[in-house]
Design a protein around this ligand. Structure first.
Ligand code: EPS
Length: 388
């Protein structure tokens, strides 16, 4: 399974091609659109989200609601394109005064300009932008439909924004419940009743011209044992998940299960003991490993924690020092429009990336032509696992 996406943030459209989704899988655009809307929501988003109403158009690979096994092309149009036609034109000349020579600290601007040989840094930022994650969510939504058909559910919730955290409070709440509660929260934490606290912080940051990062968790339940493998470094599922998460713009850290906390413990307190029940087979009573041992799923829920840095675009009041790449004169980097925080949206992107990695691992283990056949194999394998 693989996907490529394309599109500039202010270009006409964003597209993705997914190859390797088997035939005969029921896929709906409505499902994808709901996911796109989830990504667009969350308190702290900027002006751009008022312009965009992301909706997918499926251009290939699906007929009468079912996949054909051929590449699936997904397209989401940028409404903002209307305002950028001249600046982002395929042919013609750069629009004077709209070129960008001022690299923003924390963004791809400077390194990207040097690497690709651009002085107009718009050539870099248009593609480096997290606008690109729109089609990742669309791809993930196709994968989620496959996973749900075999009882694998993916969800996420935010555990902190800035220095406000609910990490200790979530202990003891089942994963699904954390998710259901987060769906009702404007900042996607499992405590909608505490939204005001977060909104106040985000409002304060907005007034100050600041931005905020945070931490979210993504999980998957109903995952069969043995996805991924220990036999080769690049087949280890934890490594694949970490790569997928780190590839999301602004992510700076990934933990699986208890992650960094495990480093502080004695071995006897760090691992998950094994039990057996004639009805369900082998199981664990704890899940410190976050569902992965030896690079493979162990049948417990997968839990991934991801840290996002504050969005590097700042407003006038809190501008950062930088240097103009043409004049070499110092300037203060600041913009008029950006998100204050996008942690709630990033959690939804994290779900999509986990959905993609798990779908890849499922198809690797169970085959990849006809979904009806594959589903049968998964059912038999689950039975085999219970009886092992
Ligand atoms: C982004 C800058 C902002 C965000 C954008 C990510 O866009 P603009 O520069 O047009 O105001 O809103 O995110 C999205 C458009 C999106 O769909 O998530 C950036 O530079 O990364």
């Amino acid at each position: 399974l693989r996907f490529l996406n394309a599109g500039e943030s202010h270009g006409p459209a964003l597209t993705a091609i997914i190859e390797g989704i088997p035939s005969n899988l029921k896929v709906s655009s409505e499902y994808i659109n709901k996911e796109l809307l989830r990504r667009q929501s969350g308190y702290g988003r900027g002006g751009r989200m008022k312009i965009e109403k992301d909706r997918v158009e499926i251009l290939s690979g699906v007929r009468f609601g079912y996949t054909l096994g051929s590449p699936i092309t997904l397209m989401v149009k940028n409404k903002d394109w209307e305002n950028w036609k001249d600046i982002m034109a395929v042919e013609g000349q750069p629009v004077e005064k709209r070129e960008i020579f001022n690299p923003r600290p924390g963004h791809a601007d400077l390194s990207g300009g040097i690497k690709y040989g651009f002085y107009d840094l718009r050539n870099v930022l248009e593609r480096a932008s997290a606008r690109e994650t729109t089609t990742r969510v669309a791809v993930g939504a196709v994968c989620k439909q496959l996973l749900e058909d075999v009882g694998i559910k993916i969800g996420s919730y935010v555990v902190s924004i800035g220095d406000i955290s609910v990490r200790d409070e979530i202990e003891g709440i089942p994963l699904e419940e954390r998710f259901e509660r987060a769906e009702k929260s404007e900042v996607r934490t499992p405590f909608p009743e505490e939204d005001e606290k977060f909104k106040k912080l985000i409002d304060l940051a907005r007034e100050e011209g600041e931005s905020l990062g945070g931490i979210f968790e993504v999980f998957a339940t109903g995952v069969p044992v043995g996805l991924g493998s220990y036999v080769q470094w690049d087949r280890r599922l934890d490594g694949r998940i970490a790569q997928a998460m780190m590839s999301i713009q602004a992510m700076k850290g990934v933990e699986i299960g208890e992650g960094f906390k495990l480093a502080e413990k004695f071995g006897s307190q760090a691992h998950d003991e094994i039990f057996y029940d004639p009805k369900k087979g082998f199981y664990h009573k704890t899940n410190r490993a976050g569902g992965i041992e030896g690079g493979m799923t162990n049948g417990e829920p997968i839990i991934v924690r991801v840290a996002m840095k504050p969005i590097p675009t700042l407003m006038k009041k809190k501008s950062l020092k930088s240097v103009n790449i043409k004049t070499k004169e110092p300037f203060l980097a600041a913009k008029e429009r950006s998100d204050v925080t996008a942690v709630p949206a990033a959690a939804v992107v994290g779900e999509a990336m986990l959905a993609f990695v798990l779908t890849d691992a499922i198809l690797e283990k169970f085959g990849n032509d006809n979904w009806l056949e594959i589903k049968e194999r998964i059912k038999k394998y689950r039975e085999y696992t219970r009886q092992f």
